[in-house]
Ligand binder design. Structure first.
Ligand code: ZN
Length: 169
């Protein structure tokens, strides 16, 4: 496994719609393992392939304790439904040192293939719902700053050492 270098806004790969994964082959399996390792190294709750410069519809999510969900591997994920609206403060590994307030859904249902090619559905709320919307946005070339109200900008945060408090995806 390997830790892959992250891409940062305004890298064009982050602003482009990613392509579907056609074959879940050996290189894709290696990519999944490397993405999980990279997400752990960066203390992120999620990572999408465009964030390491690969324009494929592939993302990983892991929700830290106490919920401890995942790692979830999402291949060609699609939103099945989303309901409700709430305000969240969001960060992104591709925009280090900043957070911004945006609207996200309350409940999100996503379907995707897992790393074995099996289709599954995940029903979510809370941080998992937020992470799912955030990572699926990445696959469509959308960053959380694209959801901010006109005239609003992300605010700087103090660097957090060795912790998952940042909840960056
Ligand atoms: Zn992100």
């Amino acid at each position: 496994m390997a830790i892959l270098p992250l891409r940062y806004h305004p890298d064009p790969v982050l602003h482009r719609k990613a392509k579907r994964v056609n074959n879940i082959d050996g290189p894709v399996q290696k990519l999944i393992d490397d993405m999980i390792e990279t997400m752990h190294d960066a203390s992120g709750v999620g990572l999408a392939a465009p964030q390491i410069g690969i324009s494929l519809r592939l993302a990983v999510i892991e929700i830290p304790p106490p919920d401890s969900i995942g790692p979830i591997v999402l291949i060609n994920p699609e939103i099945v439904s989303r309901t409700g609206e709430r305000e969240v403060e969001e960060g992104c590994l591709s925009l280090p040192g900043f957070r911004g307030n945006i609207k996200r859904s309350v409940n999100v249902v996503v379907k995707a293939k897992d790393r074995y090619g099996k289709e599954f559905k995940v029903k979510s709320d809370g941080l998992l719902a937020e992470a799912l919307e955030h990572e699926l946005d990445h696959l469509n070339g959308i960053l959380y700053i694209d959801h901010m109200k006109e005239g609003e900008t992300p605010h700087k945060i103090e660097p957090v050492e060795d912790s998952r408090d940042g909840e960056e995806d």
